[in-house]
Design a protein. Structure first.
Lengths: 358, 281
């Protein structure tokens, strides 16, 4: 096939360009490269450390039978040399196929479709709780700088980031389930209850789509406690960050001008401080969203929440590389996408940044 | 060090930092004198179990009737040294990689920085779980696993600091005088790095302790019967209706992490604003 010069030059132009569109194309391309690079790291690290996935996934008696071991290795391609294994994985990955999980023996894509929405559901609620409360507490802390409310909020938010999530989960579970009986318990629904027909995989939303309010209420009551526990850490981070951004903006001349004009303090904060601070806060919220999903490993363990974290744990213990990679891909994609959205937002909002790059 | 942090904003003037130092001193004391402080052998079992907290057992006993107070005290011997070791290892590894990246620049720098980008995108705990599981569940392996995932923050910081410092005349002068790259890096640049890296490390000790006890909680770190705080909390999770089993070791983790964060925060605020900014970015 002959090369098409015109097309190549258009492509080059995009890559070298400084406009908005080339910027997005470049960022998306580097993001995809980043993901492929990550597979290389994960593959190398898991090959460098000792550990036998065959032993981890077969029972003792099966492992002592060389025929079964050989069949298992053949089935999952483990009999091939490592570079061949890696190339095969990459080949499948570029078609969107994450391979077969060694621990569940099912396609990783299908596993993720089942487990990801469960984590997404609690992580979304957690990030909303953390953002609203973090914004309020952080602003309050900044405007009362060094006075009592600020001191209290600072200690509380630092405590939030210092609490071991698995322990917080345990304490909340004890208090709200065992002592008070407010929480229905572990899992996503009552034992034996029928999950709503899958559309998004998030039970609350699927129940609403189906018009089934009883199931919605039940699913919501189950997810509230893990979501709150997950929110605590992010709340600490967001409160501290909001405080820092608001303090920085409060020092600007235009804030002094707004005050000098005689605007009420509330209006000054809302219009001249919070609005510019919001972007920075959304950035951190976006990035902490990805870390929330990773942090769910420990919370899901306590609440028996059948999400990504539980899946990651099983994959890790089973040395199930496709499973581990699958989870990592999902979380990394969320992380990278959040960063990308934030970068784009910045360019849309801040004209100075566009100018600087030109 | 004293002049760098200044007198007016010395960390001794910050009440939270003092609280942090007191708490850490307590745990260091507990770790050193554990056999003298704890009323029982932390591993001794007998036929009773789950005694509620009382005069004989201040924090009650667990499912093998081991005294929880004694185990919490002995736990300081595992959690503190290993999380500090972990931070020292990550800081060393990260500083070396970041130093190479910042000093040599060009293609090496580009490759190393893309590498750190990838590590940042990775969910740290997932990778740490995988490495810890592959190496075999043991606290030393958990330390190695977390080191592998936590060096990139230091690499980024050191690279940034070196790029800044390289613009100084004395670095140019030193290389014009014929100093080798290694000499320039170690003799001329290191003093610029020590303060910020130390502060970042102090901010990271708390996180290290959280991750380490988290892995132990999942059964991928310290193994029974070791008195490690995270694995003690996991006993509490199995017997969640006996609140004292999990509560006290968790409080121990919280107090130590909080204390480290108090100290780290104060150290960062006491640094000059420029380096403080480099730490935040």
């Amino acid at each position: 096939m002959k090369p098409v010069p015109a097309k190549v030059s258009v492509f080059r132009k995009i890559l070298r360009g400084t406009g908005f569109f080339p910027f997005i194309v470049k960022r998306v391309l580097t993001s995809i490269l980043l993901i492929f690079g990550m597979t290389f790291i994960a593959f190398s690290i898991t090959q460098l450390v000792p550990g036998d996935p065959v032993a981890a996934n077969l029972g003792q008696s099966a492992y002592s039978d060389p025929e079964i071991v050989a069949a298992f290795e053949k089935e999952f391609g483990l009999d091939q040399p490592v570079p061949v294994q890696y190339l095969r994985y990459i080949q499948k990955l570029s078609q969107g196929n994450l391979g077969i999980s060694l621990s569940s023996k099912r396609p990783v894509n299908e596993d993720l479709k089942e487990y990801f929405p469960a984590t997404l559901e609690i992580a979304l609620i957690a990030v909303v709780i953390a953002m609203i409360l973090g914004l309020v507490l952080g602003t309050l802390s900044a405007v009362t700088r060094d006075r009592l409310p600020d001191q209290i909020i600072r200690v509380v938010s630092l405590t939030g980031v210092s609490m071991p999530t698995f322990w917080t989960a345990l304490v909340f579970f004890y208090v709200f389930f065992f002592l008070l009986g407010w929480s229905p318990g572990t899992g996503r629904l009552d034992p034996g209850a029928e999950p709503p027909p899958q559309v998004t995989g998030m039970f609350t939303i699927d129940a609403l789509i189906n018009g089934d309010f009883a199931t919605f209420r039940q699913a919501f009551s189950y997810l509230l406690l893990p979501a709150i526990v997950l929110a605590i850490y992010a709340l600490g981070v967001l409160t501290r960050f909001t405080r820092a951004s608001v303090l920085e903006i409060l020092g600007n001349d235009y804030v002094r001008t707004a005050r000098a004009k005689g605007l009420p303090e509330f209006t000054v904060i809302r219009r001249h401080v919070l609005r510019p601070a919001l972007l920075a806060i959304i950035t951190v919220a976006g990035v902490s969203f990805a870390s929330l999903m990773a942090g769910s490993v420990l919370v899901e363990n306590v609440f028996s929440w059948p999400g990504l974290g539980q899946y990651a744990y099983r994959a890790a213990v089973g040395l199930d590389l496709p499973g581990i990679m699958g989870v990592s891909m999902v979380v990394a994609t969320v992380y990278i996408t959040m960063n990308l959205i934030v970068d784009i937002l910045y360019r849309v909002i801040d004209p100075q940044l566009r100018k600087a790059e030109q | 060090m004293a002049s760098r942090f200044g007198n007016s904003n010395s960390i001794w003037r910050q009440p939270l930092a003092v609280v942090g130092i007191v708490i850490i001193s307590f745990w260091v004391f507990a770790a050193i004198f554990a056999p003298l402080i704890s009323p029982y052998d932390p591993l001794a079992q007998d036929s009773d179990k789950f005694l509620t907290p009382g005069a004989l057992h201040w924090m009650g006993t667990d499912e093998l009737n081991r005294d929880i107070f004694s185990r919490v005290i002995y736990g300081a011997r595992i959690s503190l040294p290993y999380s500090i070791l972990l931070v020292v290892l990550s800081a060393l590894l990260g500083s070396i990689i970041g130093g190479i990246s910042g000093y040599f620049g060009g293609r090496i720098d580009a490759i190393i920085m893309r590498l750190t980008d990838m590590f940042f995108a990775f969910p740290a705990i997932v990778l740490a779980m995988a490495v810890a599981a592959a190496l075999g569940p043991e606290i030393r392996n958990a330390v190695i696993a977390i080191t592998i995932v936590s060096w990139p923050v230091y690499a980024r910081l050191v690279r940034g600091l070196i790029l800044n410092a390289k613009q100084n005349d004395y670095v140019t002068a030193s290389s014009l005088l014929g100093s080798s790259s290694l000499r320039t890096l170690v003799v001329d640049l290191r003093p610029n790095l020590a303060g910020p890296v130390f502060v970042l490390a102090s901010l990271e000790v708390g996180n290290a302790l959280l991750l380490l006890s988290g892995l132990s909680f999942l059964g991928l770190g310290a193994q029974p019967p070791a008195a490690e705080w995270g694995s003690m909390v996991s006993m509490g999770a199995v017997n969640f209706d006996r609140w004292w089993v999990g509560l006290f070791p968790g409080l121990a983790i919280l107090s130590a992490v909080l204390a480290f964060n108090f100290i780290g925060d104060a150290l960062r605020d006491a640094l000059d604003p420029r380096t403080a900014k480099a730490l935040r970015d």
